[in-house]
Ligand binder design. Structure first.
Ligand SMILES: [Zn+2]
Length: 447
């Protein structure tokens, strides 16, 4: 997610007038009510919306007219099993068939679009109608409320700063400096951090929002420099996996629970923790979400599955069974908060970040980083890069208590996971490098 869209979604728009009767506010009110409905009722509404979305796609979208005709799929009367037989939509499909996926009657000049970089560096553009944008904003606002973030509150953001955002940053500084402060993680140093703390004390933001790892970097600075007075009422972590050990550091430094959430530019908010912080509520009011095993069958609760999403609201460019290329774990638990939306246990990582063993089995790199940081003392941060079938580079940021034993333990851990015939190279870095979007990747598989 770019800085621009993050700010507009989370900060700028909520500060603008919320007129009574606007789609956004109306949707937010509905969402506040529907979260307490029983799951069966939510599922019934979801199916109704799915039918409506498919009906629209079958009538107005050339790609789906063809796909439905080829399979004899009838949006007017279908069973879920038939829906699950429709082909998955990949990022490559969207790139190759962008115009075929656009609905008739939605001219581009009336639409918005998102462009994302993606892990491969190949960009992906998706289009959306204005109503969808409002719905998406309402989704984010409800999830904000689960983190104690209510409309109009003063906010602080910790974010990477892509080059396009320079002018926006300037504008924000002049327009919103009373209500909003921003730490640019692409230019993080002791001075910028001290300046951020100074502005925090002036403005007294009530909520903090940012990339998971960027929040951690801020928290670490606060602990190391003895700053104890930054006390938000809510913290929203987004855009990348939140590692448990990093969550603990953030919560310790800011004396506030972190509310983690998961989504993507193409479909918006997919899942968010509530105030119980025990799993992620799936946004089934606006999405149909599947977790699929490699053979295409549904993952069982507790089992990893590729996340596949159908957007129930975007009429301009309907995404049906869109494979996001992330892996998540569905849950059969209900949440003690009483909300009806089902839970996802966690996001296990991006498909592209899974490391490969010679026997073909896969290892979730982010989970491995998490386990290593918990099990071995002396490592502050790390990144795993698989460059070849039997070679892994470990980029390590050393903690003060790093020692030869740390290195032994680290190599022992990785030999246990990957086998003794792997070559491991440890490189010491001052910090984990960022991608151009400002995000961090803890695990990269280049094979
Ligand atoms: Zn809950």
């Amino acid at each position: 997610m770019s800085l621009m869209s993050a700010l507009s979604r989370h900060v700028i728009h909520p500060l603008w007038d919320l007129k009574d009767g606007s789609v956004r506010l109306k949707t937010l009110r509905e969402l506040r009510r529907s979260q307490w409905l029983p799951l069966a009722e939510l599922r019934r509404r979801q199916l109704e919306r799915l039918r409506e979305a498919l009906r629209h796609a079958g009538r107005q979208v050339p790609y789906y007219q063809r796909v439905f005709a080829e399979r004899g799929f009838d949006p007017e009367k279908f069973e879920l099993a038939e829906f699950r037989g429709l082909p998955l939509l990949t990022k490559a499909d969207i790139r190759a068939r962008s115009s075929e996926l656009m609905a008739a009657g939605y001219p581009p000049e009336t639409l918005g679009h998102h462009k994302t970089g993606g892990s491969t560096g190949v960009s992906l553009t998706t289009w959306f109608d204005i109503r969808w944008q409002e719905v998406r904003m309402a989704d984010a606002m409800r999830a904000n409320e689960w983190a104690n973030w209510y409309h109009g509150m003063k906010a602080a953001a910790v974010w990477g700063n892509p080059p396009v955002a320079r002018t926006l940053k300037e504008k924000l500084r002049s327009a919103l400096h009373d209500r909003y402060i921003y730490l640019d993680t692409m230019d993080l140093n002791a001075d910028s951090l001290r300046d951020f703390v100074r502005r925090w004390r002036q403005v007294q933001p009530e909520v903090l929002f940012g990339h998971s790892h960027s929040l951690f970097m801020l928290a670490k600075f606060l602990l190391e420099s003895g700053v104890r007075d930054l006390r938000p009422r809510g913290i929203v972590s987004t855009s990348m996996m939140l590692i448990q050990s990093e969550r603990e550091v953030i919560e310790q430094a800011l004396a506030c629970k972190v509310t983690d959430r998961y989504g993507c530019e193409e479909v918006g908010l997919i899942a968010s923790e509530c105030e119980r912080h025990h799993g992620f509520h799936l946004n089934i009011e606006h999405l149909f979400i599947e977790f699929l095993r490699p053979d295409g069958s549904e993952a069982e609760p507790g089992q990893e599955g590729a996340i596949v999403v159908t957007d129930l609201f975007n009429r301009a460019m309907p995404l049906i069974r869109y494979r996001i290329e992330d892996v998540g774990v569905p849950s059969a638990r209900t949440c003690a908060c009483g909300r009806g939306q089902p839970l996802m246990e966690r996001v296990a990582g991006r498909v592209a970040d899974y490391l490969k063993r010679p026997d073909g089995s896969m290892v979730a790199g982010v989970s491995l980083v998490e386990r290593t940081l918990t099990a071995i003392d002396g490592i502050e941060q790390m990144q795993i890069v698989q460059e070849a079938p039997r070679r892994i580079d470990l980029n390590v940021v050393r903690a003060p208590d790093y020692s030869p034993q740390t290195e032994q333990a680290l190599l022992g851990e990785f030999r246990q996971v990957f086998g003794a015939d792997f070559e491991f190279r440890i490189r010491f870095l001052d910090k984990i490098p960022q991608e151009s979007s400002g995000k961090y990747r803890f695990s990269i598989c280049r094979i």
